[in-house]
Design a binder for this molecule. Structure first.
Ligand code: URA
Length: 193
């Protein structure tokens, strides 16, 4: 069995924090295990909990549209995961203790995927992966180098649904992400339809 399958199997049985008690499914992630580009959200919502896949609700549809603009597709050329793999009740922010308990799974995924570009979706992922005092309104679209891997953050799709006024800035960020991918990644990423 591959390391990836073992990791998934172990993760599916996780009881490292109390979220296991209320989950329907562990949302491990979706995409290519050898992706050069990794997207990280916050945690599963209701639809994700029910279906076992990240970003499958309204926000997910918007995310897929955003990805298409820059030639990306969740199944074809990226990997999508979350900071926490089980749904926090009532979609509250994941607690620090829950994030810490879950982080080993993401670290293990990161080590196996070995991405070149990491895009944090929203404040929670940016704080957990880039820096604790990350300010999404001021620092979205900025690049951070971590051991040669390029990290950035954009607004979370749910924030873009709540406030469409943030979409033009996100469009600029997406174009910069496309540019960074073209400069940094070996695989050819083509423009979506
Ligand atoms: N929001 C997230 O951050 N992740 C999901 O998977 C769904 C909604």
């Amino acid at each position: 069995m591959s390391n990836w399958e073992e990791l998934r199997k172990e993760c599916m049985q996780c009881k490292k924090c109390a979220l296991w008690e209320t989950r329907t499914n562990v949302v491990f992630g979706v995409g290519r295990q050898d992706a050069e580009v990794l997207f990280i959200g916050e945690g599963p919502g209701e639809n994700e909990d029910l279906q076992g896949e990240p970003f499958v609700g309204r926000g997910g549809k918007l995310l897929d549209d955003m990805l298409r603009i820059i030639g990306l597709d969740r199944k074809e050329n990226i990997y999508i995961a979350n900071i926490v793999k089980c749904r926090p009740p009532q979609n509250r922010d994941p607690l620090n203790t829950e994030q810490e308990a879950c982080m080993d799974w993401l670290r293990a995924q990161y080590r196996l995927i070995r991405p070149k570009v990491v895009v944090c979706l929203g404040r929670i992922a940016a704080k957990a992966l880039i820096k604790d005092d990350f300010k999404i309104t001021q620092e979205h679209g900025r690049w951070f180098d971590k051991d040669g891997v390029k990290f950035t953050a954009i607004y979370h799709p749910a924030a873009l649904l709540r406030d469409p006024g943030k979409r033009p800035e996100t469009f600029v960020d997406l174009k910069e992400i496309k540019k960074m991918i073209e400069e940094t990644c070996k695989r050819t990423y083509t423009e979506g339809e």
